[in-house]
Ligand binder design. Structure first.
Ligand code: FMN
Length: 322
């Protein structure tokens, strides 16, 4: 079995999911310093903006980190590929598009490639194209999701059955139980998004963090089904406005405009729930504290080890006892 942490030279099999435009060097470095794989999410940022964050991250950690490029979302995919090669960033995760055209080039520069997928078909294609690791993301996850709406619990074992490269589970994982469950389903590690927002180092507005800490199990909503561009966010006045407009026939272009990075920044960084949205996964209901990233990752690993030892128990029938 290939171990994702050995492949990536990280201590724990825990990856920070890319968070385009809003996460920063401090969070990526905190995850890498805590033993996971920190990630700089490019979103729609320019190569210059990303380069600044790469330089800052290198100053804050000596451990490996990744760059996430959402292929069809970023207007600068080609330039960003050149940027990561120039900076010798050790890992690139490619989402929201076909990773195949970039994999050989990245490998030529000894850069590991993670492909984000949400179906068996795309998992097989990414493996054939040469991806080193797959992140399989279920519909529970925060942010842009696949229209197929497959859940993590069903997706992971099906993808693991059809590919032989390591699979990392994303969507709905927030503690050691989730980590253990993902490993038991066949995953080699987990990718976290929502849980990392409610951490001390995360650069997000306190309104966003507090909404996650106070959230119940039914606090997220799906935007964009009517236009085929699905995104999971926290319920809010702005999210309701979009859903109401969808019912009145909002066009795909209007939807794209209303969910652009400006409105993401309004919600996540400025805490404005009337004029912006906050990505969140369904696991928000489990979050009730604001740990440091190190406390979170150490706690998840300890709890996963404990539950894996304790949970699988065979009862000895009295007749079997001597
Ligand atoms: C604020 C935020 C922004 C995100 N932006 C991106 C992104 O730019 N690219 C990407 O591939 N995934 C993005 N995601 C998804 C995460 O990388 C991760 O796969 C997902 O959050 C995992 O599910 P979870 O939220 O249930 O932990 C984002 C998630 C959040 C919470």
């Amino acid at each position: 079995m290939s171990l994702v942490n050995e492949l990536l030279s990280i201590k724990y099999p825990i990856i920070q999911g890319g968070m385009g435009n809003i996460s920063n060097a401090q969070l990526a470095a905190a995850v890498s310093n805590a033993g996971g794989l920190g990630t700089i999410g490019c979103g729609t940022m320019s190569p210059n903006q990303v380069e600044t964050i790469i330089t800052e991250t290198k100053e804050m950690t000596v451990y490996p980190f990744a760059i996430n490029i959402p292929i069809n979302v970023s207007p600068y995919t080609e330039e960003l590929i050149q940027l990561v090669i120039r900076h010798k960033v050790p890992v690139v995760s490619l989402s929201a598009g076909n990773p195949a055209p970039y994999i050989d080039l990245l490998h030529e520069h000894s850069i590991k490639v993670i492909a984000i997928v949400a179906s068996v078909k795309h998992a097989k294609k990414a493996e054939e194209a040469g991806a080193d690791i797959l992140v399989a993301e279920g519909f529970e996850a925060a942010g842009i999701n696949s229209n197929l709406e497959l859940t993590t619990f069903t997706l992971i074992p099906q993808i693991c059955k059809h590919v032989s490269i390591p699979v990392v589970a994303a969507g709905g994982i927030g503690d050691g139980h989730g980590l253990a469950a993902a490993l038991m389903l066949g995953a080699s590690g987990v990718q976290l998004g929502t849980r990392l927002i409610a951490t001390k180092e995360a650069p997000f507005h306190s309104v966003y963090k507090n909404r996650l800490i106070e959230a119940g199990d039914n606090e997220t909503v799906i935007l964009g089904r009517s236009v085929g561009q699905v995104r999971r966010v926290l319920k809010s006045p702005y999210a309701k406005q979009i859903i109401d407009l969808e019912q009145q026939g909002l066009s795909a272009e209007q939807y794209r405009q209303m969910t652009s990075e400006d409105y993401h920044i309004n919600g996540a960084l400025l805490g404005d729930e009337n004029n912006g949205f906050m990505n969140s996964g369904q696991i928000a209901g489990l979050i009730d504290d604001l740990p440091s990233v190190k406390e979170l990752l150490d706690g998840m690993m300890n709890d996963a080890l404990t539950v894996m030892k304790e949970r699988l128990h065979v009862f000895t029938w009295p007749s079997e006892k001597s």
